[in-house]
Each structure stands twice: as structure tokens, then as C-alpha cells.
Design a protein. Structure first.
Length: 117
């Protein structure tokens, strides 16, 4: 499995970004794909995940209402729409994959999001 995250950048607070994660190497039926982030000096934290087949999603409480995860099964891409960006959202954002309820792995190289105040 290969995951390639992209779409990060430098934005002002209140702005928006859409991150993309191109997934390849297998079919993803029965898998979850997720976004995590790691801010400087902090541990990596879960942001949101989506079940590939059903599209069912789950978000972490700190991002509810501002972050939206979605997927395009034809293109094999998972998106993270981030609205109302805050400086606290500054982090490297990673995508990852998990079979069913197992732990996430295959993190990919990440994409940097920097939010200026």
C-alpha cells in the first residue's frame, strides 16, 4: 500500500485548504482510511477516518464542524477539507490505512499545513 498526501501550504487564519491522499497498491474494500496530524513538539493525533466501502465517517472532537473527510473511490483519493483554519491546526498531516478495526499504518510522507494568525 502506498499513500501520497498533498495539498498543504501556508494560509491565514480563517482560510481553507483541501488535502488529498492518493492511495494505491490494493483494493480498499473493508478498509478505513484516515487523516492524522502531528504538531511541533506534540504526539501524532487522530483527525478523521472514513470507511472506504460505505463512506461512513468519524471525526475527532477538536475538528468537528470544520474538517470534512471524503473519498473518491474511482480515483482512489481521500480528501480532507479544512475550513476556518486556526493557528492551532498547524501540523504535518498524514494519511493512513487500516483493515477493519485494526490499528492504522502505512503513514506516507505527510503534508505540511501552516496557519498564520
Amino acid at each position: 500500500v502506498q499513500l501520497q498526501a498533498s495539498g498543504g501550504g501556508l494560509v491565514q487564519a480563517g482560510g481553507s485548504l483541501r488535502l488529498s491522499c492518493a492511495a494505491s497498491g490494493r483494493t480498499f474494500s473493508g478498509y478505513r482510511l484516515a487523516w492524522f496530524r502531528q504538531a511541533p513538539g506534540k504526539e501524532r493525533e487522530f483527525v478523521a477516518h472514513i470507511w472506504w466501502s460505505s463512506g461512513y465517517t468519524s471525526d475527532a472532537d477538536p475538528v468537528k464542524g470544520r474538517f470534512t473527510i471524503s473519498r473518491d473511490t474511482t480515483k482512489k483519493v481521500v480528501y480532507l477539507q479544512i475550513d476556518s483554519l486556526e493557528p492551532e491546526d498547524t501540523a504535518v498531516y498524514y494519511c493512513a490505512v487500516a483493515l477493519g478495526g485494526q490499528n492504522f499504518k502505512n503513514w506516507g510522507q505527510g503534508t505540511q499545513v501552516t496557519v498564520s494568525s
